[in-house]
Design a protein around this ligand. Structure first.
Ligand SMILES: Cc1ncc(COP(=O)(O)O)c(C=O)c1O
Length: 385
């Protein structure tokens, strides 16, 4: 009954975790959910107000423009200019997405022929791989190793893979490792992409969630990046708008044009009222972003200090809301955490084979709950020693 491609898909990790969470809650367990990366903070009021106003205007009730409202694309271009110093033509180099997941899921349809390779980071956001499989491409996983600061080693990619490699997915600040990339790495990526004729898709969903004064760059700031790639971005994490489903793809005009052709044939765009609220978010006051980062930073510090006090080795992330921690066995540790301590964390293996030996904590719960999680672990003897 099912198409073969469904057999090739790994189970969607977070859907599986949701099922276990539902079961635990039904049993009456007070779960501390540090699993999925969904901000617990509300969308700022001025953005919600803007949506309400736009939704009452019946001119927003019709089919939207396939590629996004021009005013939204202009707001995105202006935001890229202000934030990254990157100049974009709103007509040809900006496309509205129904969340960046939607973009990542559909991009290979535009560029990858059956049997061609897509390079994707491992561990990595699972949709890089599944979108490749939907397009009937082959996925070559690039290990992100601690010894290389969780950056891929392009020299380690086999020659036969490079011959038919068409596209690559990378993303920094990185989910799940919390790693950040220096500009030098983006420069090397441009050179590698040019040498091997590979389209770069840089996923920058977490650029605004950063700490200790770190400011994340855009891949498009690298010299020559506009020749070889596009960047996907999103309002989800920046403005606590995960449920709103609004994002953008920006970059090389030919690539954006081809991707737009795919989207035109699949969806009918994002609700105009949401695009209007997104304009408010991008062009309005930005202090809400700094406030959210200050909250995450306090949580990060509480979690890292707590885990270190239990003897765990933890990377202190400069960005993202993830803490990536070494454990002897990812799945065993995750099961023990949920079954014995009522704490949800994500096994590194859910992000690819090189996630073995790690788990991911999302700091999307208040400090009091994080401290409680540490207390529960301490009581149960879940330690790193
Ligand atoms: C690395 C990364 N990219 C993209 C997304 C998709 O975000 P959205 O579709 O909400 O824009 C996520 C969501 O968790 C993510 O972690």
């Amino acid at each position: 009954m099912y198409a073969k491609r469904l057999d090739n898909l790994p189970p969607y990790l977070f859907a599986q975790i949701d099922a276990i969470k539902a079961q635990k809650r039904a049993e009456g367990v007070d779960l501390i959910d540090l699993g999925v990366g969904d901000p617990d903070l509300p969308t700022p009021k001025h953005i919600v107000d803007s949506l309400c106003e736009a939704a009452r205007d019946s001119s927003t009730h019709h089919y939207p423009d396939y590629l996004g409202m021009l005013d939204y694309r202009k707001a995105v271009a202006q935001w890229y200019k202000n934030r990254f110093g990157v100049t974009l033509d709103p007509v040809k180099e900006v496309l509205a997405l129904i969340g960046s997941k939607e973009g990542i899921a559909h991009i290979p349809e535009a560029f990858v022929n059956p049997g061609e390779y897509v390079l994707a980071s491992d561990p990595g956001y699972p949709v890089y791989k599944t979108s490749t499989l939907f397009a009937e491409g082959k996925c070559h996983l690039m290990p992100l190793l601690e010894g290389n600061n969780f950056l891929p080693d392009y020299d380690a990619i086999p020659r036969d893979v490079l011959k038919t490699a068409k596209l690559m997915f990378i993303g920094y600040p990185n989910n799940p490792t919390g790693a950040v990339a220096p500009m030098k790495f983006f420069d090397e990526t441009v050179e590698f992409a040019k040498n091997h004729n590979i389209i770069v898709v840089h996923d920058n969903a977490y650029s605004e969630i950063s700490y200790d004064g770190y400011i994340a760059p855009s891949f498009l700031e690298a010299s020559g990046a506009m020749d070889v790639g596009i960047e996907t971005h999103s309002l989800s994490k920046t403005y606590n708008m995960t449920g709103w489903r609004i994002g953008m793809a920006v970059g090389n005009a030919n690539l954006i044009g081809a991707f737009g052709r795919v989207k035109t044939n699949i969806d009918s765009g994002a609700f105009d009222a949401i695009q209007r609220a997104a304009i408010t978010a991008l062009t309005g006051p930005q202090d809400c972003v700094a406030q959210a980062c200050a909250i995450y930073q306090e949580r990060r510090d509480a979690l890292v200090a707590g885990l270190q006090s239990l003897g765990f080795k933890v990377h202190v992330p400069k960005a993202t809301f993830y803490v990536w921690m070494k454990v002897p066995n990812a799945v065993e540790f995750t099961s023990k955490m949920i079954n014995e301590a009522g704490i949800v964390v994500t096994p590194g293996t859910g992000f690819g084979p090189n996630g073995e030996g790690y788990v991911r904590f999302a700091i999307t719960r208040p400090v009091a709950r994080i401290n409680e999680a540490i207390e529960r672990m301490k009581k149960l003897g879940i330690t790193g020693t």
